[in-house]
Design a protein around this ligand. Structure first.
Ligand SMILES: [Fe+2]
Length: 341
């Protein structure tokens, strides 16, 4: 007899962590949720909850506020401040009319609230809706993780570029902050730092790793990478602000760059920011055909390039100030990079 392939049959049970210092309350919730097919663990206090989060990786946390020692708000804050669990939904269990608790809960990053005494139907409805949401964010995170690994594997093809992407993400974000950009643009800069050269997947090793300056034919291949990168990342809706950075990270102020030959303010500010960080990191790096410059030396070269019309001079002045006054990772002038082509 053929066995029916039911997708539900293969679905892993969703994991729920219950945190409550009262044994009876914990047991009641646990029994109900197990009966509904969830994989349930419990914790009796804050530190135990944080520890269980790391090993159990719950999809949802039901968290009582009033507990001895570390209370629910603190636990929630800690969960939301940990990168691995920041997107895990937390439901705080509060007293019936405790408005104050809810405000503090929102400030601690809680996603939802349940009032005591708990209505089991309400609990199940909220649990299911939050778990659906968690599934979407998981899928999104997975797609992002795939892009980041692809970008890293491309970076790894060139031993001279090791660590370039992370430094670039950091340096661009700092310059973005100095320019007063909002958080969503700073996040876009961090992401672009990692994925901006993802389109180099179409550039063969013979060109990418060439120790000599590139021939016009090689350049033609190399110049495809911004558009290819934009195409690879385009399906990600969360990358909306990242796409223009990828596409335009090789434009120049005087219109002599690629792929679109944009000039001056036509080039998105975020792309200009990434560019300066990219060029600086490339210059302060040993390459097969030249030794690394010091930070001051790199800035001097960039000033000369700005005078030739390549870079935005005001932005470069801000960047210069940031490098000379801040404690950049590159200030010793020995780092990796590849962005100057
Ligand atoms: Fe590039």
């Amino acid at each position: 007899m053929r066995r029916r392939l039911d997708s539900q049959h293969f679905k892993m049970a969703e994991r729920i962590l219950i945190v409550d210092d009262e044994t009876a309350a914990r047991a009641a919730l646990e029994m109900l949720l197990r009966r509904e097919g969830f994989d349930v663990r419990d914790a009796r206090n804050g530190p135990e909850a944080v520890e269980t989060c790391a090993s159990f990786r719950p999809d949802l946390i039901l968290l009582d506020i009033v507990m001895p020692g570390m209370n629910g708000f603190e636990v929630c804050r800690q969960i939301k401040a940990t990168p691995e669990t920041r997107l895990t939904p937390v439901v705080l269990i509060t007293g019936l009319y405790e408005t104050e608790d809810r405000i503090m809960g929102i400030n601690a990053g809680a996603d939802d609230f349940l009032s005591k005494p708990i209505d089991f139907n309400e609990l199940l409805a909220r649990t299911r809706s939050l778990l659906r949401l968690k599934q979407y964010t998981d899928e999104l995170e997975n797609a992002e993780a795939v892009l980041f690994s692809l970008a890293q594997s491309i970076e790894a093809r060139d031993p001279y570029t090791r660590g370039h992407c992370e430094r670039l993400a950091e340096l661009s974000a700092r310059l973005g902050e100095k320019m007063g950009l909002s958080d969503e643009y700073i996040t876009a800069l961090r992401r672009a730092g990692i994925v901006h050269d993802i389109g180099k997947v179409v550039v063969p090793d013979a060109v990418l790793l060439k120790p000599d300056p590139l021939s016009p034919e090689d350049m033609k291949v190399m110049k495809k990478h911004p558009i290819m990168g934009e195409q690879i990342c385009a399906p990600m809706r969360t990358f909306r602000l990242v796409l223009p950075i990828i596409r335009h990270h090789h434009e120049r102020h005087d219109g002599s760059g690629y792929p679109d030959g944009l000039r001056g303010d036509q080039i998105p500010l975020t792309a200009q920011i990434l560019q300066l960080a990219d060029v600086f990191d490339a210059l302060t790096t040993d390459r097969p055909y030249r030794a690394a410059s010091t930070a001051a030396g790199a800035l001097e070269i960039m000033e000369a390039e700005a005078a030739r019309g390549w870079w935005n001079r005001e932005l470069l002045a801000t960047f210069r100030e940031m490098i000379l006054n801040g404690n950049s990772h590159n200030s010793n002038g020995h780092a990796a990079g590849n962005g100057h082509r």
